[in-house]
Design a binder for this molecule. Structure first.
Ligand code: ADP
Ligand code: UDP
Length: 235
């Protein structure tokens, strides 16, 4: 499988066409951005880590949690073949513990543990700054059908149940994460994009040390070490 023309260059990945119209190659970069692109930088080695972590977790989710994904084949350290989807323009965020925008928006101290996970949607639209929306807004904006929204919620909670336990067994607390879903050509909803320290908050269970992109967002230092540490706990 070879890369044909570049379809898209995003903030963290490039996306290429292939000779198969149903397949794409995504190529993970070391570029890092935060605050809707306002903060820019490089995290050396990040692309390799995010590629490998995302691929491993997606294969497990497919086999062990009943969540279909776009993953097809890892080609190299940074490149992966995925099924081409039409992305549902929703950022699906699950939270187990208050942090980030939840703490800021609702005045809750970071680290407060919820009795049950929350789910929220942002409208994936950089020009609008990915505004928080509810199910009814998603329907009004025709971003997805009611059935698709139900499927997406079911899969998102299944991902959380699986990954929370997976990381707990490796001494890591899964605080929150963002997922993206897409439609295959036959309309089937599958998990797409990536699952990585760019899109999840991971805290060391013992020390509560942050092992994710918050080290970059908040200038905490030790960014590369944190990515290497969380990668080292993968199995
Ligand atoms: P962004 O667009 O937010 O800057 P990236 O740099 O990660 O993000 O770019 C990857 C793009 O590819 C995203 O827009 C994502 O929605 C899209 N994408 C992810 N998986 C697939 C897929 N299987 N098919 C089509 N597009 C995808
Ligand atoms: N997230 C993401 N992409 C985004 C926004 C959020 O991957 O565009 C992830 C983020 O890494 C965290 C979770 O979603 O794991 C919740 O993020 P939050 O809403 O707290 O946003 P932030 O603190 O980044 O403003």
């Amino acid at each position: 499988m070879e890369k044909r023309e570049q379809l898209y260059e995003g903030k963290a990945k490039k996306v290429f066409l292939t000779d198969d119209p149903e397949l794409l190659i995504v190529s993970y970069k070391d570029d890092a951005t935060a605050f809707n692109g306002l903060k820019k930088g490089t995290i050396t080695g990040k692309g390799v880590i995010n590629n490998k972590m995302s691929n491993l977790l997606m294969q497990k989710l497919d086999k062990e949690a009943g969540v279909p994904t776009h993953f097809v084949e890892e080609l190299s350290d940074r490149d992966t073949v995925v099924k081409k989807v039409s992305i549902v323009p929703l950022e699906v965020i699950i939270r187990n513990i208050a942090a980030g925008s939840f703490s800021k928006n609702y005045g809750v101290e970071e680290g407060v543990v919820f009795d049950q996970p929350t789910i929220e949607f942002s409208y994936k639209n950089d020009d609008l700054g990915d505004p928080l929306i509810n199910d009814y807004h998603a329907l009004a904006l025709k971003l997805a059908t009611p059935e698709e929204i139900e499927t997406i919620k079911k899969y998102a909670f299944a991902v959380n149940d699986y990954l929370k336990a997976y990381w707990k067994a490796r001494g890591v607390i899964l605080v929150d994460f963002k997922l993206e879903f897409g439609r295959l050509s036959d309309g089937t909803i599958v998990l797409a994009d990536e699952i990585s320290p760019d899109t999840c908050r991971f805290w060391d269970a013992e020390t509560k040390e942050k092992l994710d992109k918050d080290r970059f967002r908040r200038d905490l230092g030790g960014v590369e070490d944190a990515y290497a540490e969380i990668m080292g706990r993968l199995s």
